[in-house]
Ligand binder design. Sequence first.
Ligand SMILES: Nc1nc2c(ncn2[C@@H]2O[C@H](COP(=O)(O)OP(=O)(O)OP(=O)(O)O)[C@@H](O)[C@H]2O)c(=O)[nH]1
Ligand SMILES: [Mg+2]
Length: 270
Amino acid sequence: MNTETATPKEQSDETYSIHPLSGAATVAARTLSAPLSAEINAALDASPKGEVAVRSLDLRIPLLEKNDILAERNRGYFLGRGLAALNLVSSPGAGKTTLLERTLDEFAPQTKCAVLVGDLETDNDGNRLRRPHAPVAQITTGTVCHLDASMIARAAQSIDLAGVKILFIENVGNLVCPASFDLGEQVRVVLLSTTEGEDKPLKYPPIFKSANLVLLTKVDVADALGFKREVAVENIKRIAPQARIIQLSARSGEGMADWYAFLRTLAGAR
Ligand SMILES: Nc1nc2c(ncn2[C@@H]2O[C@H](COP(=O)(O)OP(=O)(O)OP(=O)(O)O)[C@@H](O)[C@H]2O)c(=O)[nH]1
Ligand SMILES: [Mg+2]
C-alpha cells in the first residue's frame, strides 16, 4: 500500500487534466512553455474561424508546427536538466505499463526515474506505477488519441524532477496518432507485442519508421500463440532499419537485462 498522499487534481483550462500521483513538485517549476504558447494561441484566436487549419498564421507557424516548437523547448529543458526522455508508443495493451512497473522496481532504485502516463480516462496506469522512489503523473486526455508537447510541458512541471535521469512517457495506446506528435523525447520506443501478429510494422509503418528502439514484448507467450519472432524481426528491419530491436518479456524477465543496459547507457550519457 502506498503511503503517499495524492495531491489534488490540477485545474486546467485545457480539455486534458494532469494528476501528480507521487513525487509532486513542491515549488513551482519555471514556466516552460506558457509565454510562447500564449503568443501562438493569441494568433490562433485572431485568425478568422476555420482558416487556421488551412493557411499559415501571421507568425508563419502552421498549426502542427506549434507542437514541434514546444517539443524543441521540452527537449532543451530535458537536456538542460541532464535527463533522458523516452516516449513509449504502442497499440493498446502491448505491455507498456507492465514493462514500466518492473523497470521501476528493478532499475529505478539505482537510477532515479519518473513517469508521465497518458490515457483517455482513469488514473489506473498512474496508480499501478506509483512508487515512493518515483515521481508519477497521470495525464487524462479526454477524447484526444495522443499526447502532445504542451501536455508534457505542463505534466513535467507538476512533479519533482530533481535527480531524475530517465523520464518515461507512456503515450496513449494507439499505433497511429502518436506518430505525428514529437514530445521532445530523446528516444522513441515502439512496442510490438506477440499478441498483435507479426505484420503490424508493415501495416502501420509511420510509427515504426519514427522509432529509435523497437521492443518485441510478451515473448514468453510467442510459441503458444504461434507467433514467429524471426518474421516479426524481419518486418521491423524492413520498415525501420534505423531502429535497435530488443525482444523481452516483463513477465518472465527474458531480455530485461538488455533493456536495462540500454537505459544505463542513456543515463550514463547525460
Ligand atoms: N504474457 C505476458 N503478458 C503481459 C506481458 N506484459 C504485459 N502483459 C499483459 O498484457 C496486458 C496489458 O498490459 P499493460 O501493461 O496494461 O499494457 P499497456 O500497453 O500499458 O496498455 P494501455 O496502457 O491500455 O495501452 C495485461 O494483462 C498484462 O498482464 C508479458 O510480458 N507477458
Ligand atoms: Mg498502460
